[in-house]
Design a protein around this ligand. Structure first.
Ligand code: FES
Ligand SMILES: [Fe+2]
Length: 405
């Protein structure tokens, strides 16, 4: 075990204002609390919904369903190269303009978006450019006032954020605050080769999120994928208003099994790849630890961003209902150049898939057991202080005390 873990309650001593009380389980199983979270958090704060690289050219769009708000968001890059967000709702009688296909995000490219119900048509800037048999519309009808309904959008480091509030209380820069500074300067736009997994789970969104916001579970849950690789003790924790970040470090190196060792030596995309030169901005690993593995962070409320040498990855938990959640895991590496790098990438993808299966495997079981109501509280370990911080921030929003950025 890492020596740091044996230091008694070091995080509680560093952050005494978070307290050490058990956390009520109600938060994960109460329908009433869930409805408050949707109204006071998810419909009010900035949410990460994509990357600019997903919309490379004018007319490119991404359709993202936000079931918690009974809407889908249409992100479009216009001819003027601006990316805008709209409710995917027709101004005529409210049909969906782009019909969602399948169960996950939709992508495409169009110069005009025509509603299939009565063919009202919008351009790539959301303006209504055609209404069928327009002469039949009443004199008060004005096309220029009937474009798609815009949603506030802003971009940080190539990440597209939206805010469903008609008048967001704070801009994205202020919302991210020091967390934005902490993660700025990493070459996200140069590491764009992505593999991803998603699944819908019968769990509350926080049960999922919390399972990724600590390393206390790595010796047990990840004994298969990363045996003894990472320390359960966190380092360099930073609590920035609503957001939180920490370093996860390696245990003293052990020799890898032969195939894994070979893959790691070839990979440009392994989490345990060694590199000669750092690409991390100076804000990360500011103590310059040589056992630094990766940065783990939670951007409030539902997005985790991780960066490491040569890779970065995200998790996101979208509430669908109180006990239903969409999990998305996305992992970014540099484009493989050679066949051996392609093979090493396949290996990294399988290892990561296994690790994420290990993580997600607990989430439905935890929710099911919590729903029994037999435990009124969760008892948190000191190394789960990011989880504690999450509930602290949430409580602030539910009480209406947010906005102190
Ligand atoms: S609802 Fe879209 S054209 Fe009628
Ligand atoms: Fe994990």
């Amino acid at each position: 075990m890492c020596a740091a873990v044996a230091e008694d309650r070091r995080w509680a001593k560093q952050y005494p204002w978070l307290g050490e009380e058990p956390i009520p389980t109600d938060s994960c199983i109460s329908e009433e609390i869930y409805q408050q979270e949707i109204e006071k958090v998810f419909k009010k704060v900035w949410l990460s919904v994509g990357r600019v690289e997903e919309l490379p050219e004018p007319g490119c769009y991404k359709l993202k369903r936000l079931d918690f708000a009974s809407t889908s968001v249409l992100l479009i890059r216009g001819k003027d190269n601006e990316i805008r967000a709209f409710h995917n709702t027709c101004s005529h009688r409210g049909n969906t303009v782009v019909v969602p296909e399948g169960e996950w995000d939709n992508f495409g490219q169009k110069s005009a978006f025509s509603c299939r119900f009565h063919a009202w048509t919008y351009n790539d800037q959301g303006e209504l450019i055609g209404a069928q048999d327009e002469k039949g519309m009443p004199p008060c009808f004005n096309k220029s006032e009937n474009g798609l309904t815009p949603i506030s959008l802003d971009i940080w480091e190539g990440f597209i954020f939206i805010n469903l509030d008609e008048n967001p209380k704070v801009g994205l820069k202020d919302y991210l605050g020091k967390m934005g500074d902490h993660f700025s300067g990493f070459p996200y736009d140069e590491i764009t080769h992505c593999f991803s997994y998603y699944t819908y789970m019968d769990t509350n969104w926080k049960v999922g999120l919390d399972a990724f916001a600590e390393a206390y579970h790595v010796n047990t849950i990840h004994a298969g994928s990363f045996p003894g690789t990472f320390s359960t003790g966190l380092q360099m924790i930073k609590l920035y208003d609503d957001h939180r970040s920490t370093a996860v470090c390696f245990n003293p190196p052990k020799s890898a099994p032969p195939v894994a060792g070979l893959a790691q030596s070839k990979a440009r995309g392994s989490l345990v790849n060694n590199v000669a030169e750092t690409i991390l901005p100076p804000t990360l690993n500011d103590e310059k630890r040589d056992d630094y593995a990766f940065e783990l962070s939670v951007f409030f409320p539902n997005w985790l961003l991780h960066v490491s040498e040569g890779i970065w990855f995200t998790h996101q938990f979208w509430p669908i209902a109180q006990g239903k959640t969409l999990w998305e895991g996305k992992y970014y590496v540099k484009e493989p150049r050679t066949n051996s790098e392609k093979w090493a990438l396949e290996h990294a993808m399988v290892v990561q898939r296994n690790a994420w299966l290990e993580d997600t495997a607990t989430m439905e079981g935890t929710y099911y057991a919590l729903k029994s109501g037999s435990k009124k509280f969760m008892q948190l370990h000191d190394e789960e202080i990011l989880v504690r911080h999450g509930y602290h921030v949430l409580e602030k929003y539910l009480k209406g005390e947010e906005g102190g950025h």
